[in-house]
Write a protein that binds this ligand. Structure first.
Ligand code: ZN
Length: 382
């Protein structure tokens, strides 16, 4: 990697809390200094990026992207493609958590890891989850615990499907065993070992997670249920789960059919949960990028399909601020520091000395994406 230092000058910084006008010096892929005025010494190989009062936020952390492609739920003709580097760089996401989905037969963890490395070649960061929708869990090495301990890029498990006709209808005992394995694997490897749970549209919603918590000593923090905005009833269950110590994830990609069927748009769902007094430290947004957005009829027959867009993460943040009137500082943690904390990514999701040098420059007012800096270098825009 080119080791030229980058000085981002005169940015209105949200770290994600607002900290005012700052210069940021980036070197070796990290933020090495942040202060209202920095002047690097003469002769140092420093490139200047004039922020000119634009807003600097941490590069977004996306808890769920099918980076190696997904879908296939309507047969082979409905498989979705892998995330391209062009899409990735233009999305504002700099940390991607990749997962398999329904198809763990023709899709593999080896391919998922290759896609993580491909993102790294462009200065972006990719992590992988072991497992898929299926229980017993498909893994790379033969066990959840071994995958977490032995493979650096594997940071958790998921998406394990509950309340969905495409899942394995696991019991509370089976789920508890998966979470315990993830927990111990995480403890041994210094990772969070979080289990991402795909919650389908069956009315039972989060009931199975409550049952696990009632019957087993697995902390609610071990789970991160996603697609919580799938319908109003499920969204209403979020408060009880968060009260129990859990966290929830809102999906930003959607389609006209899904909204018509009762899905709550991500920006609106975030505003609703924050208005209800839920802390943003327990609410994340993710794009579910490259997933298929299948449209099933009442009998579970596939009617049509679209490909989910990773760019929907930033668009939903902007919508939450501009359309729903949330202060940027109130909404921003849901796509930066909160997912970083939930997944145990200590150097992601914050702008601070020692953090990874991943940041975005946004236009004041519109919050339009103007520049993406990842691993300390300007990768998109300017
Ligand atoms: Zn899912």
């Amino acid at each position: 990697m080119s080791e030229t230092m980058l000085l981002v000058r005169g940015a209105d910084v949200f770290d994600p809390a607002p900290v005012g006008r700052q210069d940021l010096l980036l070197a070796g892929g990290r933020i090495v200094a942040m202060a209202p005025r920095l002047s690097p010494g003469a002769g140092l190989p420093v490139r200047i990026l004039e922020a000119g009062g634009r807003i600097a936020v941490p590069g977004l952390v996306d808890s769920l992207v099918h980076i190696s492609g997904g879908g296939g739920e309507g047969g082979f003709g409905t498989r979705t493609p892998a995330l391209s580097s062009t899409q990735a760089l233009a999305s504002g996401v700099t940390t991607f958590i990749g997962a398999l989905g329904t198809d763990d037969v023709t899709r593999s963890h080896a391919d998922l890891l290759a896609c993580c490395r491909a993102l790294a070649a462009h200065g972006l960061t990719g992590y992988a989850l072991t497992g898929s929708y299926r229980v017993p869990v498909r893994t790379l090495t033969g066990s959840v615990r071994d995958d977490l301990v032995l493979v650096p890029d594997i940071i958790g498990v998921g998406e394990i499907a509950i309340a969905d006709h495409r899942g394995s209808q696991p019991s509370a005992d089976e789920l508890a065993r998966i979470a315990s394995d993830a927990r111990v694997g995480g403890m041994l490897s210094g990772k969070a070992g979080t289990v991402l749970v795909h919650v389908g549209d069956a009315r039972e919603g989060l009931a199975l997670l409550h049952e696990v918590s009632d019957r087993h000593p697995v902390p609610a923090t071990q789970w991160h249920p996603t697609h919580i905005n799938r319908h109003g009833d499920l969204l209403a269950q979020a408060a009880a789960w968060v009260a129990r110590g859990g966290s929830v994830d809102i999906t930003t990609s959607t389609s006209a059919e899904l909204l018509e069927a009762g899905e709550v748009a991500a920006a609106q769902a975030l505003a609703q949960l924050l208005d209800a007094g839920l802390p943003v430290s327990r609410i994340s947004l993710s794009s579910d990028g490259q997933a298929s957005l299948p449209d099933f009829d009442a009998q579970g027959r596939l009617r049509g399909m679209e490909v989910a867009d990773v760019g929907s993460l930033l668009r939903s943040l902007v919508e939450a601020v501009i359309r729903h009137g949330l202060p940027l500082a109130a909404a921003l943690p849901a796509v930066t520091s909160t997912p970083a904390d939930i997944w145990g990514l200590r150097r992601k999701g914050r702008l601070a000395v020692g953090a990874d040098a991943d940041l975005l420059l946004l236009a004041p007012g519109t919050l339009a994406l103007e520049a993406v800096v990842a691993s300390g270098q300007l990768r998109w825009g300017g």
